[in-house]
Design a protein around this ligand. Structure first.
Ligand code: DX5
Ligand code: ZN
Length: 221
């Protein structure tokens, strides 16, 4: 069992002051930062690239960079993101590229690796790569934009993946992303998720430290 952890998404930070938004996450005492990378093809939006991560490192940020690549051809960019300071790099299962080879390449670059699936993609699509990953990211919105409503229909899929994890003695972390606030994070935790990406709800919270502490207490009496 991995301890529950709130993982803020910088996409909802202040894009004129991303270093300040990332520093705010560190000041709250959280260890991870979620970085959403979009290419305008796999998702209908653009965000930021490896130079932004590199600049955050240059600015002194030491958080664990959880890099979510929403790219049609992620295999072309993993070297750049590893070099820019990523600690973990996740790629989607939906686009056609060599997933096993790409996950192995991420590890060879010294990063941890993750596989991501969209709300409409069945759990079976990632079953064969489960032994190859450090993290499974289950999207609880269709990716592309922050601030969308949580998709409750995804909850059974979280349970299915957690069941496989336990039955097969696997040790990956199980992350959810999209429309996550304290209430929906609690629902995902009940199904087996342990890392909770939060963009809008974290950066708009009047008490982000309280939110982080509440997540850390999930599962305790
Ligand atoms: C969606 C991104 C998410 C997004 C979450 O495309 O992958 O990480 O930033 O934002 P909220 O928490 O606002 O739904
Ligand atoms: Zn994300």
């Amino acid at each position: 069992m991995h301890p529950p952890l709130l993982n803020p998404s910088l996409l909802a930070g202040d894009h004129a002051h991303l270093a300040a938004s990332a520093a705010h996450v560190a000041a709250v005492g959280l260890p991870w930062l979620h970085l959403d990378i979009m290419d305008g093809h796999f998702v209908p939006n653009l965000s930021f690239g490896p130079e932004t991560l590199h600049a955050l490192r240059r600015a002194g940020n030491k958080l664990y960079f959880d890099t979510h690549l929403m790219l049609e051809e992620p295999q072309r960019y993993i070297d750049a993101f590893a070099k820019a300071g990523s600690n973990l790099i996740s790629v989607h299962i939906e686009p056609p590229f060599n997933h096993a080879e790409t996950l192995a390449r991420i590890r060879a670059l010294g990063c941890q690796c993750g596989i991501v699936l969209n709300p409409g993609t069945p759990a079976a699509a990632i079953e064969s790569v489960l032994p190859l990953v450090d993290l499974v990211l289950v999207m609880t919105v269709q990716p592309g934009f922050g601030g969308q409503p949580f998709r409750r229909d995804v909850l059974p899929k979280i349970r299915q993946i957690d069941t496989w994890r336990r039955e097969r003695g696997l040790d990956f972390r199980l992350e959810v992303d999209g429309g996550v606030d304290l209430a929906t994070a609690r629902e995902c935790h009940a199904e087996g998720a342990d890392i909770f990406v939060a963009g809008t709800s974290f950066f708009r919270s009047s008490d982000p430290a309280g939110m982080a502490a509440a997540v850390a207490r999930f599962g305790q009496a």
